[in-house]
Design a protein around this ligand. Structure first.
Ligand code: MLT
Length: 260
């Protein structure tokens, strides 16, 4: 067999072009306020709020919560509380007056949440989930379930938008870094492609930050905000990857545990 023959695939030898496998799209949107610009092209949205909403949500499922109802206003959370639910409310990093639970992941580790439904409102994270859930399948990611999310999207490829919660409509570093980590891993599988500059930027940030998330985020605005509230332990926990394999998914008005 000469050199030219040995390089031909059997299909090409028969004159049939082999079809290229479809690549799925993975992109990063830096803020729920930009969601309308992106949303048409994806079947699935992964909502990310590393500090701290999606970390707290993953922690609650890891510790046995049954459902989390993400609500956008304090009034809605109060109404759930009045009708007997466990309700949690955070604004600007603090627990809202009248609620026992806020947004610290350490509040969601005790036996009192096991098997329960919690109504939760946070400054940005629950708003992000609710905006996306109107039109899309929504899953929840943070650094603490990073590899679980990557493995799921690798096994179940789809056109996916990684939606950072940011801060009050603005860009933030920690959610973008988490989105960059997921993108970086998915592109390496060969099943995904991307072409937005936001996605490239998120990957660059992740590649710089992944050596030491805590150090890289030292000056970030929400790390500063939480440090001023003496929440350093929360920050360390939220920035420690792969503490759980849970993936929360939105179904019929509430987040539940994804069952595969
Ligand atoms: C949010 O939803 O904005 C955050 O999770 C704020 C926080 O740190 O509690």
């Amino acid at each position: 067999m000469d050199q030219s023959e040995s390089c031909q695939t059997p299909f090409l030898q028969q004159g049939i072009m082999a079809e290229k496998p479809k690549k799925y799209r993975v992109e990063v949107c830096f803020s729920p306020d930009e969601f309308d610009l992106y949303k048409q092209e994806y079947s699935t949205v992964v909502a990310i709020d590393v500090l701290r909403a999606t970390t707290a949500i993953c922690t609650a499922f890891h510790h046995g919560v049954d459902k989390i109802i993400p609500v956008s206003t304090v009034e809605e959370a109060m109404a759930y509380k009045a009708s007997g639910y466990i309700a949690a409310a955070e604004r600007n990093g603090k627990i809202v007056d009248g609620f026992e639970f806020g947004n610290s992941p350490f509040s969601y580790m005790g036996p009192e949440i096991k098997g329960k439904t919690i109504a939760l409102t946070t400054t940005n994270g629950t708003r992000t989930i609710n905006i996306a859930a109107k039109t899309h399948k929504v899953m929840v990611a943070a650094l603490i379930n990073l590899d679980a999310m990557i493995d799921y999207l690798t096994r179940n490829p789809c056109d996916v938008l990684l939606l950072a919660s940011g801060w009050q409509g603005k860009f933030n570093l920690e959610d973008s870094i988490c989105a960059g980590a997921i993108t970086d891993a998915l592109l390496k599988t060969g099943s995904y492609m991307s072409d937005e500059d936001s996605t490239i930027a998120a990957m660059f940030l992740y590649q710089k930050a992944s050596v030491n998330y805590f150090g890289f985020l030292k000056a970030s605005s929400h790390r500063r905000r939480l440090r001023n509230l003496n929440l350093n332990e929360d920050i360390k926990y939220c920035l420690t990857p792969n503490q759980t394999r849970v993936i929360p998914v939105y179904e019929d008005g509430a987040l539940i545990l994804l069952q595969e």
